[in-house]
Ligand binder design. Structure first.
Ligand SMILES: *Cc1c(COP(=O)(O)O)cnc(C)c1O
Length: 460
């Protein structure tokens, strides 16, 4: 018998295999050679530990290498079908964009655009001009400007107006949003000095009045987007703080968080602060996110007094926090959809999803269940369920919904959930009462075919 190690194909033989040529083109020689070596090593190890291992030929090895390369070189960021029912899912990128907004980002990305050029005069302009006018129309503010996210908006505002000075905040509003956005820490990072007023559940106007000193620059209101204090509570309404601000020459800044431009009370949800209402009630600046209830790209919007916005734009941090062209294009396109509220409600996915009726959700659930009925490896049933909005908005707001429950017949629920998650496309389900459920609210109609195929593949 000849030495079996000698019978293994050489790296160069595998490299010459026709089936590897596409991978070579796409990934380069180094990546392919490294994978061939790994495969050969694995076979050598197998040969040492066992007697009769079939020796692979170059073609078989090339196929194994291709398979591995496909897994190891998949994009890290992949489309996910969100079947959790959580409309604003932070781990899944919060708001999905409207088609018009995605299209605008795509066009901005693939070509040139008048980002900082006035096409009429031929002179340099500000990139903020793309959204300023729309934001003023939609919020009633004199002026507005945008940065990367609401966290940046808060830092920028505090730094510009309150550096080294005191900012009054109710103890009930010293919140944490997401992993690392804590109001006290943001204040410190911006160079402002936190002056806590009131108690966690009760803050009165007199608490603010007593706290004002010659070094006080502003009052900051923070909407407790992701938690609620219930029971014996009291906070000071914005108009009263505006009055105090005028009296004592303090800025009043209102961080409303979610950035609702339409009234969510009309959707049957608890009331969310509206940018337009804050401006109308006299806030000097209103701060909010672009990718929460507004339903646009990640952005932080500052709307309010013209002189204040001009000062914000002169701050050196503005340059560090500015939006890129694709985000700006997507934001402008989203804002333009709001010029007609009915258009916004039907074309902006967040609004469309939140306003889906129970009847529509039931119909969608039943249609999906019918398509899955014949599928081997799973049993399905439709039922009514309850979901949450998520993403730090409307935290305890329950939403009735319809789901399709999947019960695998030849593997555990946990195994099916993992297979769906690592599949192509990835599918994220909701696990409720220990059962796997597909919530129809966040599944887009255009994803149904892919979803059915992914489930068929995973349940096999
Ligand atoms: C979400 C939120 C923020 C942070 O906004 P990002 O856009 O995520 O940076 C700040 N303040 C409030 C009240 C929020 O709800």
């Amino acid at each position: 018998m000849s030495n079996p190690f000698r019978q293994l194909p050489a790296v160069s033989d595998v490299l010459n295999e026709p089936s590897l040529q596409e991978s070579l083109q796409r990934l380069g020689r180094d990546a392919v050679v490294a994978e061939i070596r790994l495969q050969l090593q694995a076979f050598r190890a197998g040969l040492r530990s066992q007697d009769a291992v079939p020796i692979p030929d170059a073609r078989t090895l090339a196929e194994a290498v291709n398979q591995r390369l496909q897994t190891t070189h998949r994009p890290k960021l992949r489309a996910v079908i969100n079947a959790t029912g959580i409309v604003l899912h932070t781990n899944l990128g919060r708001a999905p964009l409207a088609e018009a907004a995605a299209q605008a980002a795509y066009e901005a990305g693939r070509g040139y655009l008048n980002l900082e050029l006035d096409l009429v005069t031929g002179k340099r302009s500000s990139r903020q001009d793309a959204v300023r006018e729309w934001l003023c129309k939609l919020t009633g503010a004199e002026s507005a400007t945008v940065v990367n996210n609401n966290a940046a908006a808060t830092v920028l505002a505090l730094r510009t107006f309150c550096y080294g000075k005191e900012v009054l905040i109710s103890r009930g509003q010293l919140i944490e949003i997401g992993g690392s956005f804590r109001i006290p820490e943001i204040l410190t990072a911006s160079g402002a000095v936190l002056r806590e007023v009131g108690a966690t559940n009760i803050t009165r106007l007199s608490d603010y009045e007593r706290a004002v000193s010659p070094n006080t620059a502003a009052i900051l209101l923070v909407h407790p987007s992701n938690y609620r204090i219930a029971g014996f509570t009291e906070s000071v309404p914005l108009p009263e703080l505006v009055r105090l601000g005028k009296e004592r020459n303090l800025l009043v800044m209102d961080d409303i968080g979610s950035g609702a431009l339409v009234d969510f009370a009309e959707f049957g949800f608890r009331e969310e602060p509206l940018a337009r209402r804050s401006i109308a009630q006299g806030a000097d600046l209103v701060l909010f996110s672009g990718d929460k209830l507004l339903g646009g790209p990640q952005a932080g919007i500052l709307a309010g007094r013209k002189d204040l916005v001009a000062r914000l734009e002169k701050d050196p941090l503005m340059r560090a926090f500015r939006l890129d062209k694709m985000t700006l294009a997507a934001l402008e396109a989203t804002l333009r959809l709001y010029l007609n509220e009915a258009t916004a409600r039907s074309t902006i996915p967040v609004l469309a999803m939140l306003s889906l009726s129970q009847e529509e959700l039931q119909t969608r659930a039943e249609t999906l269940a019918q398509r899955l009925q014949a599928q081997a490896g799973i049993e399905v049933r439709c039922l009514e369920d309850v979901a949450y909005v998520g993403g730090g908005s409307l935290p305890d707001q329950e939403m009735p919904t319809w789901v399709v429950e999947l019960t695998p017949t030849s593997m555990s629920d946990a195994e099916l959930a993992v297979r769906l998650r690592v599949g192509n496309p990835a599918v994220l389900v909701r696990v409720q009462e220990g059962r796997l459920r597909l919530d129809l609210r966040t599944i887009m109609p255009r994803q149904i075919d892919d979803l059915v195929a992914a489930i068929a593949q995973a349940a096999k």
